[in-house]
Design a protein around this ligand. Structure first.
Ligand code: TXA
Ligand code: MG
Length: 346
């Protein structure tokens, strides 16, 4: 019989239920410190396929594999370097995904046929406990439909998949609030140097990575991702609220811009990457300016909840105005999300 959608408080019984479900081949939802994840055992292909179906996710977008202990790495990658060791020591468990050359044990379905795999050790006690109990690495994308904002509360997941039968482990509000930083490590065969490419920004920044590697032997350099295949699933748009979001740079005044924005409505498609956009008709009557905490840590934490809340209000448009203090590196991950969520930029 199909299980009903259920949010489970974390206790022994809930863990037993979740374990039974995942071991019998159905994905379950677990909290992490970044966002909630829809998890399946990497050795159960049918369960992995269900993740793609549930999320309506294209198969070209690879999944991140989650582990609870560095010993589990051995079956996933043969990559070895003091640089890798240091990154693990410094940032795991935590919001850093490492993309490394994969072993043949990982099914190409998980990595979208790439020869690399994204691996992360989440810093959430319930996620770590669950990963330990399953004792098989878990592939887990964010628990939302493709293109939608990621869930940072159990209730977000329930609202997103309300017609599905899913078990959701309630771990409270995610403390990071945006998805992990994704970096790819690769050896340049000509120079023997390790090249580090940032594929997705997050709360772990380039300078944090750089300074953690200061005293490590072995040479590395940062490279820009040129090949789109380096970063599949990295779309121009993402995390879009249904109400069109207008991204304004700080120098612009909204009231002066209003007519220009109205003229540009025809540039907004009805649907962007699967998200239906409620295009305003005629002039702008109602709008909400979305504002965030001035501390980037807190702003990231509240970002997706805020986007979800405001888009339920039936405004014609939402406005986000970038502030001068957002020029620092700590805001990059936050701004990357809002940029992708916006339908028009000025
Ligand atoms: O914080 C997070 O990373 C959350 C939690 C649940 O861990 N997960 C998450 O997964 O955001 P997802 O599937 O929504 O995003 C994973 C992204 C992919 O879209 C892709 O850009 C990148 O990670 N990725 C994964 N494996 C990769 C690979 N082998 N090569 C390049 N990029 C990869
Ligand atoms: Mg996602």
């Amino acid at each position: 019989m199909l299980q009903k959608m259920m949010i489970l408080s974390p206790n022994k019984k809930a863990f037993e239920k979740l374990l039974k479900t995942i071991n019998e081949g159905s994905p379950v939802v677990i909290p992490t410190e970044t966002v909630y994840g829809l998890a399946a055992r990497i050795d159960q292909l049918d369960s992995i396929k269900q993740i793609f179906t549930l999320k309506q996710r294209p198969f070209f977008d690879p999944l991140i594999v989650h582990i609870y202990h560095a010993d589990q790495l051995k079956s996933l990658t043969h990559f070895e370097s003091p640089i890798l060791d240091q990154l693990i020591k410094k940032f795991w468990p935590g919001p850093l995904t490492l993309v490394l050359p994969k072993t043949s044990q990982i099914n190409p379905l998980i990595t979208s046929g790439l020869d690399s795999v994204g691996i992360r050790m989440p810093n959430h006690p319930l996620a770590l406990q669950f990963l330990k109990e399953v004792n098989i690495p878990l592939a887990a994308p964010s628990a939302n439909l493709f293109g939608h904002t990621s869930p940072t509360k159990a209730l977000h997941v329930q609202n997103e998949f309300n017609s599905e039968s899913l078990l959701i482990l309630d771990g409270g509000d995610c403390q990071v609030g945006i998805e992990s930083t994704v970096i790819k490590l690769e050896v340049n065969q000509l120079t023997n140097q390790i090249e580090i490419c940032i594929l997705r920004k997050g709360v772990i920044t380039k300078s944090m990575i750089e300074s953690s590697l200061k005293n490590v032997s072995g040479i590395f350099k940062f490279v820009e991702g040129t090949d789109k295949r380096n970063s599949p699933g990295h779309m121009k748009h993402h995390y879009m609220p249904q109400t069109p979001l207008i991204f304004l740079n700080q120098s612009l005044d909204f009231t002066e811009m209003i007519q220009e924005i109205e003229k540009d409505f025809n540039k907004i498609p009805d649907e962007i990457d699967g998200v239906k956009i409620r295009k305003p008709k005629g002039s702008i009557k109602n709008w909400t300016e979305i504002t965030f905490n001035q501390d980037p840590v807190l702003a990231c934490r509240e970002l997706y909840s805020t986007l979800k809340e405001v888009s339920e209000k039936n405004d014609d448009i939402l406005i986000f105005q970038k502030k001068t203090y957002m020029e620092t590196e700590a805001w990059e991950g936050f701004l990357e999300r809002l940029n992708k969520a916006a339908s028009l930029h000025y």
